[in-house]
Design a binder for this molecule. Structure first.
Ligand code: GRF
Length: 186
């Protein structure tokens, strides 16, 4: 299956997916491109290492979100991408991309949804004093982290945790869970 990966930042989840393709665990997946909306996203460096084509689309270069997404869609269609995998892509998917790909867009989120959608999910869990948090992989709909949940894994949050100490526990789960869901669903 041909998939496109979307990222805005570090891209460590993207890199783990690429490693799992290289190792043969995700041998049915072909990544047509990394789509980034930030010119300084470190994910771009990771894509170069794996020889993945980088498609930089900056919203500011377009008159509207619809025009921005139409340019992305044109590229996706030209590459025959069948699924979209969001990995730290910090924009809502608008109707221009959602309609053609609905049911074939995945996202990963660092909380047990529906708790703590949006930004700073780990910070919210720590500040609330949660003793359990985790990771959710879900289908993408028009809302912010509101789509149908596919799978979740929980982890403890300790009384003295900060975002900095919780993050590696969450990330370790993300790296394993996302590839497992991709293997099962796609
Ligand atoms: C991850 O925590 C993911 O759950 C969230 O954004 C973060 C992306 O991290 N959606 P990275 O760019 O993959 O390192």
């Amino acid at each position: 299956k041909k998939v496109a990966i979307f990222a805005s930042g570090s891209g460590s989840n993207f890199e783990r997916i690429m490693a799992n393709i290289a190792s043969g665990y995700l041998d049915h997946i072909q990544v047509t491109g990394l789509y980034v909306d930030q010119a300084d996203a470190y994910a771009i460096e990771r894509a170069k290492r794996y020889a993945v084509p980088v498609h930089l689309f900056e919203l500011s270069a377009f008159d509207s979100k619809a025009a921005y997404e139409q340019a992305i869609l044109d590229r996706l269609v030209a590459d025959e991408a069948e699924w979209l995998i969001l990995a730290g892509y910090m924009k809502l998917i608008g109707p221009t991309l959602l309609e053609p790909y609905e049911g074939r867009i995945l996202n990963i989120h660092p909380s047990l949804l529906p708790s703590f959608p949006g930004k700073d999910a780990m910070g919210q869990a720590v500040r609330y004093g949660c003793r359990v948090s985790g990771v959710t992989v879900h289908y993408v709909d028009a809302g912010m982290d509101t789509g149908q949940i596919i799978d979740q894994v929980a982890c403890p949050v300790y009384a003295d945790d900060t975002v900095e100490t919780l993050q590696p526990r969450i990330q370790a789960i993300e790296y394993e869970l996302y590839s497992r869901v991709i293997k099962t669903i796609i």
